[in-house]
Design a protein around this ligand. Structure first.
Ligand code: SME
Length: 348
């Protein structure tokens, strides 16, 4: 199972990705043919493009480079010299050749400025990684999480229309596509791990809550059932809601499951009052380290608080979950619980 996020300090300590295989520069018609002969025989290609950075507002440059890589060869196609001829278009529209990249939509739009084609066989690693519970989006972080290796981004903002490219640029561009190839392969090999038991539990809760709330507009009834549902599936120490009372500018205890709790919390106080004030989810790995934490129970060790918004984006209530263990909640909990909180928007 992969972690959902990774800290920059951890990322920096990882070994670098070593590009294996040769880098082939493609600038002539003949080289395009040679490249296409090889590339069209592959089942999986790492895919990326590079575009000269735009330093002032104005029209985006056209992509300068198209990179397609396997584990043994990387082709750097200099689009300004080759254009996008038929041999390459048939690879880009072949559904049987997987082209794996990050945020491929933007690359495809750039390429379509050279020639129109129907893109097929593209896989967006950002979306694929999500199915494994990874919420990071950048290739740098995906590489760190999936491969345990770091990629350098030092050449990212350089002039990709330069010719010839510097060795550092060529290596960077090839590595970017190569890494996408490796990430895709790695994820496919672990496809049985796509969802963790915890993700499945959250999906059960979300499906249950959606069904419960579908025909029931009463907020309190829904809060009661949703807290029971979460408690039942996860066995957390305390699960419940606090509702905003505008008259007193306090949170008032709502439906909950668990031991008795504080009845009222002032705006800006404790984890709940802070989440209300900041309009943001708060994850507290260790309640003793959160200054101002309100201890309703001495058994509570870690906590997550998620705001519930109405359609005008006003905070109307908070979902508070306490655990009797340290470090219980992470970004995955945030993602699912925010989705759950979003269900209430329809009935506020
Ligand atoms: N710990 C919360 C108070 C609510 S109870 O944990 C149920 C807080 O600091 O806001």
């Amino acid at each position: 199972m992969y972690v959902s996020t990774i800290d920059n300090s951890v990322l920096e300590s990882l070994p670098r990705v070593e590009l294996r295989g040769q880098i082939n520069l493609v600038t002539t018609k003949h080289q395009v043919q040679k490249a296409a002969e090889y590339l069209s025989q592959q089942k999986i290609l790492g895919f990326d493009t590079e575009t000269k950075p735009r330093f002032s507002s104005g029209k985006m440059h056209m992509p300068a480079l198209l990179q397609l890589s396997t584990d043994t060869r990387s082709y750097l196609i200099h689009l300004k010299k080759t254009g996008l001829p038929g041999e390459l278009l048939s690879i880009l529209s072949n559904p049987d050749i997987i082209k794996a990249g990050a945020a491929v939509r933007d690359d495809i739009l750039g390429l379509q400025r050279y020639a129109s084609f129907d893109p097929a066989g593209f896989v967006d690693l950002q979306e694929l990684a999500q199915e494994y519970g990874i919420i990071e989006k950048s290739v740098k972080k995906l590489s760190a999480i999936v491969l345990g290796k770091k990629v350098s981004k030092s050449q990212q903002i350089t002039n990709w229309e330069a010719f010839p490219l510097s060795d550092a640029q060529a290596r960077y561009a090839a590595t970017d596509a190569y890494v996408c190839y490796c990430i895709y392969r790695e994820l496919m090999e672990h496809s049985e791990e796509k969802k963790s038991p915890r993700q499945r539990m959250y999906e059960e809760v979300l499906a249950g809550a959606t069904a419960l709330m579908q025909d029931e507009p009463d907020i309190v009834a829904n809060m009661a059932n949703v807290s029971a549902l979460i408690k039942d599936v996860f066995k957390f120490w305390w699960v419940g809601f606090y509702r905003v009372d505008n008259a007193s500018r306090e949170l008032v205890l709502g439906p909950f499951q668990g031991p008795i709790a504080c009845t009222r919390i002032s705006y800006g106080r404790g984890v709940c009052g802070t989440s209300w004030k900041n309009r943001k989810t708060i994850i507290v790995p260790d309640v003793e380290k959160f200054s101002g934490h309100i201890a309703c129970s001495s058994r509570s060790r870690s906590e997550i608080v998620v705001p519930l918004f109405d359609r005008q984006e006003t905070v109307r209530a908070l979902l508070d979950i306490d655990s009797d263990k340290l470090n219980t909640f992470d970004q995955m909990d945030r993602k699912y619980l925010e989705e759950l909180a979003g269900l209430f928007k329809n009935i506020y």
